[in-house]
Ligand binder design. Structure first.
Ligand code: NAD
Length: 324
């Protein structure tokens, strides 16, 4: 078997093209759409994500503004900023970039954002609507993963689906969305860091959605130990030999890890003597190509569609505010 590679970039482009037309049609009603990103501090990964959001938003006709706060600002200032954006009629939707500084409580942000301006659908009420299959916006990454899955498998009814990872922003919403259909839901198993015999669950799965970030966690732990422990195994969590023949695989994870380590656990250096890093998923992509029916690559799978879903949510917020 040779797996179909699910090309997230092409899917994202298609969504963006449709969005551009729908945003233009909405703007004709005299209500321009604006997405505001709040960033506390200057995390480099978060900055890259902000730049990408801006490019994609502006490409579909959504105005984008970055509101940057210093990493040292008190939590109250973040709360004030969210309140101001909630009350500003020119702001359609907002996103608070993660991670926040340690001193700030992300849960406070979640409950403070007005439900109708919540571009990432993180407010508990928006999360709850996933549960009742009564939602117009969903967290962008789970929405992207589930959309790509539906594109690869028209009928999930009764299928054995395994979600690896149970975080509040990825794994749990994916499980809720998969279970949303009363009549045609798959049988969903959720595994996590405490799961025993992960391989057995993987082997049973006809549908596999993986969001653990395992290689990066191992690398981060090794770095944090001052590289004193044995060099970590950075290979993807899901091995090809454990995957069921014909499985459909959505790899959500992005592990930014060294391409190779020397015998001391130091990253092998590349050009300009910089460590050679690469982004990989949680699934042995090359290994499953001959076993799976379909698989998303990393990068180029779920990631590009996530941004498109964020912009879909922004348009949905605009519509909700205009029409109720
Ligand atoms: P998280 O750290 O909050 O949660 C990780 C989850 O994986 C937890 O439920 C944990 O129990 C589980 N886990 C960890 N190690 C495991 C193991 N060895 N076996 C089984 N389960 C294990 O992470 P998150 O925010 O949910 O993100 C998960 C991954 O998805 C990360 O790689 C992240 O970079 C990626 N991500 C991608 C996008 C995107 O747009 N593509 C967006 C968000 C997150």
């Amino acid at each position: 078997m040779s797996a179909r590679i699910i090309d997230g970039r092409t899917v994202a482009k298609r969504i963006q093209n449709q969005l551009r037309e729908r945003v233009a049609a909405f703007a004709e009603r005299g209500r321009p759409i604006k997405l505001v990103a709040v960033q506390v501090g200057d995390d480099p990964a978060s900055r890259m994500y902000v730049n990408m959001q801006r490019r994609r938003a502006e490409a579909v006709g959504i105005a984008y503004e970055l509101c940057q706060l210093p990493a040292t600002c008190p939590e109250a200032r973040l709360v004030e900023t969210i309140d101001r954006l909630n009350n500003d009629p020119n702001v359609t939707a907002m996103i608070v970039q993660m991670p926040l500084p340690e001193s700030m409580d992300p849960r406070l942000v979640q409950v403070r954002i007005a439900q109708e301006k919540d571009a990432e659908a993180i407010h508990p009420a928006n999360m709850g609507r996933l549960f009742y299959d009564d939602y117009k916006i969903a967290p962008p990454t789970p929405a992207a993963a589930v959309m790509l899955l539906h594109g690869a498998c028209a009928d999930l009814s009764g299928k054995e689906a395994l979600v690896v990872g149970h975080s509040e922003i990825v794994g749990k919403p994916i499980a809720a969305m998969l279970l949303a259909s009363r009549q045609a839901a798959p049988t969903v198993t959720v595994s996590h860091v405490a799961t025993r015999e992960l391989a057995e669950h993987v082997h049973r799965a006809e549908v596999l959605i993986v969001a653990a970030g395992a290689s990066q966690r191992r690398w981060a732990a090794f770095e944090a130990s001052g590289r004193k422990s044995d060099p970590p195994d950075l290979r993807p969590l899901i091995r090809a030999e454990d995957v069921r023949e014909g499985a459909i695989i959505i790899d959500v994870a992005i592990n930014y890890v060294p391409k190779a380590l020397d015998e001391h656990g130091r990253p092998v250096l590349g050009r300009h003597d910089a460590p050679e890093m690469h982004a990989i998923g949680d699934v042995d992509f090359d290994g499953v190509l001959h076993k799976a029916a379909a698989v998303t690559p990393v990068p180029g799978g779920v990631g590009p569609v996530t941004v498109a879903m964020l912009l879909e949510n922004t348009l949905a917020c605009a519509r909700f505010q205009a029409d109720g």
